[in-house]
Design a protein around this ligand. Structure first.
Ligand SMILES: *Cc1c(COP(=O)(O)O)cnc(C)c1O
Length: 430
């Protein structure tokens, strides 16, 4: 980091020195991330090659979307990249929550049971499942719900899960990412262990994985480890920063088709749905995703070390294995969360002048503070930070289309914390 950079951004000199030192220290971890990105891109490219993806696939459709071969071939491409039988990849899927909900509504019928195997699911699913009463929820259909907590260390309780699966357990739900919880993300291997425990108890139970933030973080997706269905958002990892909206669901053919009847309707399923100009962006985004995910991960590793050296508790630590993009940083108060987010916001390309305020958000029970001056609204593959204003007052930092931006954002957040008096005193400069 040069002194010119320093003057423009008004970072304290000792912070810049610390940043330079952190960048040296994380290099071996960055190299491992780059290796994973090479392997994932190689798998994605092999899928492009095998399917002979062509310029004619990049076109578009309107109205019903009949005969949109680019859309259909994109879905085949996703299926190959995710080692799934088939996939549904659509701009009509508004978000990750919507993609997961399609899976739930597609599969669950009155009298069935839904079992969460990884504790309380992500906040926005509470109203979908009916944990928070809500019109139209899965609970309203007469589906019962239970959950098995993770261990205090955040590991799946395989025995507890096997015991909880019964004859009525139609769907076992697995959340890979930490979401807004202070626990490690599950590795793909751990997801596979849950799937085996569930299937041993009831082979007919369908394992649905919330794969949000997990795509391309490691070698292979949960579908390769036995999951029946995975779902996620295109404005997170697999859209590569280019997708302006959308979601996907991938896995076994009959299950994906069941989900498609809920996206459109029975009889139409996946046969309709215009791509509305998204095809090229979705193809190109998937092509970029392994690299972009690597860039964001390198930024997260840097941030973990930076904030740890500034005396804060972080999860995961910089040299821990990762299975999602999220970097938790534990602050000590709601005010510190706001200061962190305001600092980061100042390094955003869009709306850098805006000052984040905590507020209510559809689907979230607690008030949430968010920083994210992104090109795509709410995109969290772009650099962003957010967190619910509740103990342990953790902000979750994620994304960054390039590592340089993630580093600048983390530094600005640190500067924001310091300016607000939210950093304890640190010994020495290192
Ligand atoms: C982001 C996320 C979701 C879905 O959120 P959307 O904002 O609807 O895309 C679900 N689960 C987890 C763990 C997530 O991180």
């Amino acid at each position: 980091m040069t002194s010119r950079f320093d003057r423009r951004n008004q970072f304290d000199n000792d912070l810049l020195e610390l940043a330079a030192d952190c960048r040296r220290q994380v290099r071996p971890v960055w190299e491992r991330i780059e290796e994973v990105a090479y392997r994932n891109l190689s798998r994605v490219l092999a899928a492009f090659r095998e399917l002979k993806i062509s310029e004619s696939d990049l076109g578009t459709s309107t109205g019903y979307g009949y005969g949109d071969t680019g859309r259909d071939r994109l879905e085949e491409l996703y299926a190959r990249a995710f080692e799934a039988e088939t996939a549904l990849v659509r701009p009509q899927i508004v978000s990750g929550t919507h993609a997961i909900a399609l899976g739930l509504y597609g599969l669950l019928r009155p009298g069935d049971e839904l079992l969460a195997t990884t504790g309380r699911p992500y906040d926005t699913l509470a109203e979908v499942i009916g944990i928070l009463p809500s019109p139209g929820s899965v609970a309203e259909l007469g589906v019962s719900y239970r959950e098995v907590e993770l261990s205090s260390g955040g590991a799946p309780e395989l025995e507890g899960i096997a015991n909880a699966v019964g004859p009525r357990t139609k769907v076992a739900f697995i959340q890979r990412s930490r979401g807004y919880a202070w626990r490690p993300a599950l590795s793909v291997k751990q997801v596979g262990e849950i799937v085996r425990a569930v299937k041993a108890a009831n082979p007919a139970t369908i394992c649905l994985v919330d794969n949000c933030y997990g795509e391309f973080v490691s070698d292979g997706e949960p579908t390769a480890a036995g999951a029946d269905l995975i779902a996620g958002s295109l404005i997170k990892n697999p859209g590569g920063g280019l997708a302006p909206t959308g979601g996907y669901i991938a896995g076994l053919r009959d299950l994906v088709e069941a989900a498609a009847t809920r996206l459109t309707c029975p009889g139409l399923g996946r046969k309709v749905g215009p791509s509305l100009g998204m095809n090229r962006l979705y193809y190109q985004g998937l092509f970029l995703a392994p690299h972009v995910v690597g860039e964001a991960l390198k930024g997260a590793v840097f941030a973990a070390l930076l904030f740890e050296r500034l005396g804060l508790e972080v999860s995961p630590r910089w040299d821990e294995e990762r299975s999602d993009l999220i970097q938790g940083v534990r602050l000590r108060s709601p005010e510190a969360m706001v200061a962190f987010c305001r600092g980061l916001q100042g390094q955003s390309p869009i709306d850098s002048h805006v000052s984040p305020e905590p507020s209510g958000m559809p689907g979230y029970a607690d008030s949430v503070v968010m920083a994210g001056g992104t090109f795509v609204q709410g995109s969290t593959i772009e650099l962003s930070a957010d967190g619910p204003l509740r103990p342990p007052y953790a902000v979750y930092l994620q994304g960054g289309l390039c590592t340089e931006h993630a580093i600048l954002g983390a530094l600005a957040a640190a500067q924001g914390l310091r300016a607000g008096g939210h950093l304890g005193r640190r010994k020495g400069g290192k």
